[in-house]
Design a protein. Structure first.
Length: 269
């Protein structure tokens, strides 16, 4: 497929961005770029931190940017979207605008004569290198670890529910990072607060063709799980545009899926 959006074989064209942190002063900021999506993308993935403080007025700004774009919009919330403790109301505003908001569940979308499945969860902290704190000690520590595990387990269930026979491609969408690769540039001291290896274990265990996340503003775009799943950090400060565009080959009945293309095609500024 070319950078102009022409198809080459059976592919899904994935536009993705996270960490846009929209507030009242951002109305119309992303809309001109998003309106180009029907020309170059089949789906828009939003990788959390859509608002600054998780308020309903900020969610309404987000809704206005993506309403009636002409392509499906699938999102997970981020930690900023939870800050005001009204994440249910934020979700309602986004859903009313036609956005599919995932948290431990999935959606299957028809694309180019096939189907693409997206499984999503916000995720949580915990750290990497196959280690994290155990469920022992203070109530607060046990709940911290349980929150991380619940998120990873929800992602595993959602991905497992997307049959590889039914979906030509499967995508894991999170806010927190599943691998440390895409955190390069962030202070090492805060890696445990940027994601968890349990998310990567869920992705590798259930199977996926691409993993998309945000959260790491100072990180890098490209990474990979231990099982070989391509990971992309689409935090807007990292990709530097309104969205990044990825071309993911899809299975056909009786065929084999090609390797995901790792290069982002940038959206118009």
């Amino acid at each position: 497929m070319t950078a102009h959006g022409e198809r080459s074989g059976a592919t899904v064209r994935i536009a993705a961005v996270g960490d846009v942190h929209l507030g009242a002063d951002c109305r119309g900021l992303l809309r001109p770029s998003f309106e180009t999506l029907p020309l170059c993308a089949d789906v828009l993935l939003l990788a959390g931190d859509l608002t600054r403080h998780g308020t309903v007025p900020e969610a309404e700004v987000v809704a206005g940017e993506v309403r009636d774009l002409g392509v499906p919009v699938v999102a997970v919330l981020g930690n900023h979207d939870y800050h005001a403790e009204c994440e249910a109301d934020v979700t309602r505003v986004l859903v009313d605008a036609g956005i599919t908001v995932l948290e431990g569940d999935s959606v299957i979308l028809p694309v180019d004569g096939g189907k693409v499945g997206v499984a999503g969860v916000k995720g949580f902290c915990g750290g990497f290198a196959g280690r994290s704190a155990g469920e022992f000690g203070e109530r607060e520590m046990k709940e911290f670890v349980r929150t991380t595990r619940r998120g990873a387990e929800g992602l595993h269930r959602a991905l497992s529910g997307l049959s590889a026979g039914d979906c030509g491609a499967r995508i894991a969408l999170t806010h927190f990072a599943p691998v440390p690769d895409t955190l390069a540039g962030e202070p090492v001291e805060i890696y445990p607060f940027l994601g968890s290896y349990l998310l990567a274990e869920a992705i590798d265990g259930a199977g996926a063709d691409l993993a998309v996340h945000g959260h790491a503003h100072l990180g890098v775009e490209h990474g990979m799980t231990a099982g070989g799943v391509r990971v992309r950090n689409v935090a807007q400060p990292v990709i530097g545009r309104a969205f990044a565009l990825y071309h993911l080959p899809m299975d056909r009945p009786g065929g084999r899926r090609g390797e995901p293309r790792g290069t982002a095609v940038r959206a118009p500024a």
